[in-house]
Design a protein around this ligand. Structure first.
Ligand code: LMR
Length: 328
């Protein structure tokens, strides 16, 4: 009897100890390859977070849509099946936060500096706040780059787009952009793009070169146009209930890890895209063409009406505030 009580106490102590030591797990799901700016930054965050919390937090990174595709990952985050994501800014519309689609407006950012003025200033903060009623906390903006267009025919003037089926992310602005060029947009999850291009379900697409190269899209696209017509970046987000429930010291350590991972991410994004474009060129499979100033002016002219037609969706004030920052 005595021995039994001793054993009971011992096993209770052991399981309490195991409980006390069980790490807090952050499942971080994303849809791109590990050797992209986002993929590398997720790994960097994991290293920094685990070190800063002495292993009290374990970050499990799931790249390449291994766990969830675009739409499902946002649902999984809201349900708490994963804790952290970094969807592209074009993917927040279906969640009901249409303002994020402002980042998709063609030619709205003349440079990365203009973009950072927006993401790192009051506009960026205000946008992340809009996620809270959805049960989401926005932690940071991560960078990728300006997009190229690709197809199996040269795309030099807006007339070249006529009738092409082009894959887009789930953004009404991108839909309007492709229609303004005369193309037929088709929303597809990122994980489905390579196959859709290969089988001819769609004729072409747009993406920063780092995404194109790491998904091998260039193997099934003969022509790439460096048009820099739009931007693709990310918001790093967490399940709000999970985040608010963390011990304050852990949250502070994770905030700092995120800040450092963000600095790292921004430092590698442009270089990765430049290297990816070079690598595509070197395969010799895809012709890379950069728009001349005159050609770009034609694209701008064709795409200008998109800003106005999207005002009622995104908000006129937000668009003019971004234009003002971009002009600084
Ligand atoms: C896409 O769907 O094209 C991109 O948003 C993928 C990504 O996360 O960069």
């Amino acid at each position: 009897m005595k021995l039994k009580s001793v054993l009971l106490v011992l096993s209770a102590a052991l399981s309490f100890n195991a409980y006390a030591q069980a790490p807090i797990v952050i499942k971080f799901s994303h849809v791109v390859a590990t050797d992209t700016p986002k993929g590398q930054a997720a790994e960097r965050f994991k290293q920094l977070a685990e070190k800063a919390t002495n292993g009290r937090v374990k970050v499990e990174v799931y790249p390449n849509s291994q766990l969830y595709k675009d739409k499902e990952e946002l649902e999984a985050l809201q349900l708490g099946a994963v804790q952290m994501l970094a969807p592209s800014l074009a993917k927040f519309g279906p969640l009901g936060v249409k303002e994020f689609e402002a980042f998709d407006l063609p030619y709205i950012f003349p440079s990365k500096t203009a973009l950072y003025n927006v993401t790192e200033g009051e506009i960026g903060k205000g946008l992340l706040k809009k996620l809270e009623p959805k049960g989401i906390t926005g932690l940071a903006f991560w960078d990728n780059g300006f997009k190229v267009m690709s197809a199996n025919k040269p795309l030099r003037t807006p007339a070249d787009f006529k009738g092409l089926k082009l894959r887009i992310q789930s953004s009404k602005v991108l839909d309007a952009q492709m229609r303004a060029l005369g193309a037929n947009p088709q929303v597809l999850a990122f994980s489905e793009v390579y196959q859709a291009l290969q089988t001819g379900v769609v004729d072409g697409t747009e993406n920063p070169p780092s995404n194109m190269y790491t998904q091998k899209m260039h193997e099934v696209q003969k022509y790439v146009t460096v048009s820099n017509h739009g931007y693709l970046g990310y918001a790093v987000i967490v399940n709000k209930k999970f985040w608010d429930g963390l011990p304050p010291d852990i949250r502070t350590a994770l905030d700092k890890a995120m800040k450092d991972a963000t600095t790292f991410e921004k430092a590698i994004a442009q270089r990765d895209n430049d290297l990816a474009l070079d690598a595509i060129k070197k395969t010799g499979k895809t012709d890379i063409y950069t728009l001349s100033v005159k050609e770009q002016a034609e694209w701008r002219k064709a795409l200008l009406p998109v800003q106005q037609s999207m005002e009622s969706r995104i908000g006129k004030d937000l668009i003019s505030a971004i234009n003002k920052e971009a002009a600084k």
